[in-house]
Design a protein around this ligand. Structure first.
Ligand code: ADP
Length: 580
């Protein structure tokens, strides 16, 4: 089952997966043969003072050493190739999966954790593969080879090994069992650390302006210490491996020299065999050590693999697989909500939106107003299916949004989010997100409509001005206008502006609205705003309060019928009067 799942990452690198271990065997054979040749030199060559025999065997040993080197280097090369290839393909798939995640899916993972999974966790798996390819055959190969050679050489002395091996296996087993859960904890701490770093970097400006640097440093120090402690708690077990090994190895060698010495004195064993025998003991024990290391790395990689699997197995809860009209495009931009209710957390009692009913004719303007947290953003996010309704249905051009292919639906809906995001690149490149084939004229027109043209032209490099990450080098209002221009280039049938002119002055905002009436005549527009002046001219205004529609109509109608609207209106008029 596991194999089946990961086979597709092995297949492209199959030759490397096979060649690596084969070349490793060459090295192992050499390693096992060399001590025997050495023993021959001592027993036959040195004892009989047979110089040609010594030189001949010496040359043979050099040849074996060269072959071993070729095997070792080749195995390392193919091992790296296979493991890096495997990891990079796996990473691509995990990344692609995350891209498919719906907003609701993304809400469940924190970004730091996804970053760890995509980087460190995959590296753990890569290390395991690399290590396994080089040692998986080598360790048991050397173990078995050295055992056979030792038994052939001296059966009695080999009994020492039979006593030592189970003791060592038991000790190593204990180490692994203790370390495994600690690795899982360590990866979780790494998640926290990554999340902290990420939040800090993204919000570095806010942190500075609130002078929260020290607090952030403390937060980071805590996360860092946690990681250090969990790492120490895992690795202090792992490092026990080494002293255990050494002590066992030294005692075994001591025993072999003790018993072997006696045999030599009794004339039952040639001197050369004792040197070879001690080498075999070292080989046997170090191959056990290698096996232990593989198992340790496996336990670490397994903890990581589970975390990767969790991402790959996450059911994307918003897909277009069941869409009935996958080829249909948004043509008119008529919108209808039928009895729509929604909760972010399905076990919450209070819905974020309840029983929403309204319709917007194509080409008209709908204004939405209401206090923060009343559900305005949530409502409009359901039109391009960033979230799906729990109850009721949303229709665009008379067709349920779930029956569109996501691509076609989102292609038809332009949305300027509350949190405007620009990317590092030139202004031109950023605008072309809306339409990558847009001509210079189209780009200029869109910028004009969004009242962005004048300030762009004001920059020395105009449209080629470089924007830093997140658009740091333009003002909030300029950023908002660039984002509007970007959405306009999409020539959407439905344009949603979610509080996206909040940082633009009222006069400029009025000009943007004015230009919409001429450039976007046929586009359905939804404008979420805090200021009544932003929505006053809309064909229809909706007042939202705690997830319910409490008023619907034109500005004049609402002033007559909707108390909440009148309150907002009065409070804003008061402010304007006192401001002037
Ligand atoms: P508005 O746009 O009117 O300010 P929102 O639609 O953003 O309101 O939010 C409505 C409610 O939903 C708020 O109580 C808010 O806390 C909650 N909410 C918004 N986004 C999420 C989210 N991703 N996960 C959980 N709750 C959310």
């Amino acid at each position: 089952m596991v194999m089946k799942r990961y086979w597709k990452y092995i297949k492209p690198y199959l030759p490397a997966f096979i060649c690596g271990p084969i070349l490793m065997i060459v090295e192992v054979i050499g390693e096992v043969v060399l001590p025997k040749l050495m023993a021959n030199i001592i027993n036959n060559g040195a004892a009989n003072q047979d110089v040609p025999y010594i030189i001949g065997t010496g040359f043979l040993m050099i040849l074996v050493a060269i072959l071993m080197m070729i095997g070792g280097v080749g195995a390392a090369y193919f091992g790296t190739r296979a493991s890096v290839g495997f990891a990079s393909d796996l990473r691509s798939d995990v990344f692609a999966k995350v891209q498919k995640f719906s907003f609701a899916n993304l809400d469940k993972y924190n970004t730091g954790s996804l970053v760890t999974r995509l980087t460190n966790d995959i590296t753990q798996v890569q290390n395991l593969i690399n290590m396994s390819l080089r040692m998986m055959l080598r360790a048991p190969g050397m173990l078995i080879g050295a055992l056979i050679m030792a038994f052939i050489m001296n059966r009695q002395l080999s009994l020492v090994i039979l006593v030592v091996m189970p003791v060592l296996a038991l000790l190593i087993g204990l180490v692994i069992r203790t370390a495994f859960p600690r690795f899982g904890i360590m990866q979780k701490k790494l998640d926290v650390l990554n999340a902290t770093i990420q939040e800090m970097l993204i919000n570095v400006r806010v942190i500075k302006s609130f002078v929260r640097g020290t607090y952030e440093e403390e937060k980071f120090a805590r996360a860092n210490e946690d990681l250090r402690d969990s790492g120490l708690s895992a690795f202090k077990i792992v490092i026990l491996n080494m002293p255990i090994m050494m002590i066992v190895m030294n005692f075994t060698t001591l025993a072999v020299v003790w018993f072997g010495g006696k045999q030599i004195l009794a004339g039952d064993m040639p001197v050369g065999d004792l040197t070879a025998f001690t080498t075999y003991i070292v080989q046997i024990l170090s191959s056990l050590m290698m096996l232990a290391m593989i198992m340790l790395q496996s336990s670490r990689a397994l903890a990581s693999l589970n975390r990767i699997k969790e991402v790959l197995d996450t059911k994307v809860d918003l897909t277009d697989e069941e869409s009935r009209f996958p080829d249909k495009k948004v043509e008119n931009g008529k919108i209808e909500f039928r009895d729509v209710s929604f909760r972010y957390y399905k076990d919450n009692e209070q819905p974020v939106l309840s029983h929403i009913n309204f319709s917007v004719e194509s080409g008209t303007v709908l204004g939405i107003i209401g206090s923060t947290g009343s559900g305005k953003t949530t409502l409009v996010q359901m039109i391009p299916r960033l979230y799906d309704a729990d109850e009721g249905e949303i229709l665009v051009d008379g067709v349920n949004v779930k029956d569109y292919a996501l691509h076609n639906l989102r292609e038809g809906v332009g949305m300027v989010l509350q949190k405007n995001v620009l990317f590092s690149g030139s202004i031109m490149e950023n605008l072309m997100w809306g339409d990558r084939y847009a001509s210079d004229k189209e780009i200029k027109d869109a910028a004009q409509a969004a009242q962005a043209d004048t300030f762009i032209e004001g920059f020395t490099e105009g449209y080629q001005t470089w924007l830093g990450q997140g658009g740091v080098n333009v003002s909030g209002g300029q950023k908002q206008r660039l984002c509007i221009a970007r959405a306009l280039l999409k020539k959407p049938k439905i344009l949603i502006l979610d509080d996206s002119t909040s940082a633009v002055d009222t006069a400029t905002e009025a000009k943007i609205r004015e230009s919409f009436t001429s450039t976007l005549k046929d586009t359905t527009k939804i404008i979420i705003a805090q200021r009544i002046s932003s929505v006053m001219g809309a064909d229809q205004i909706m007042v939202l309060d705690e997830g319910e529609i409490v008023g619907k109509g034109t500005h004049e109608e609402l002033l007559q019928t909707c108390e909440a609207y009148r309150e907002i209106y009065d409070s804003q008029m008061d402010k304007e009067v006192s401001a002037s």
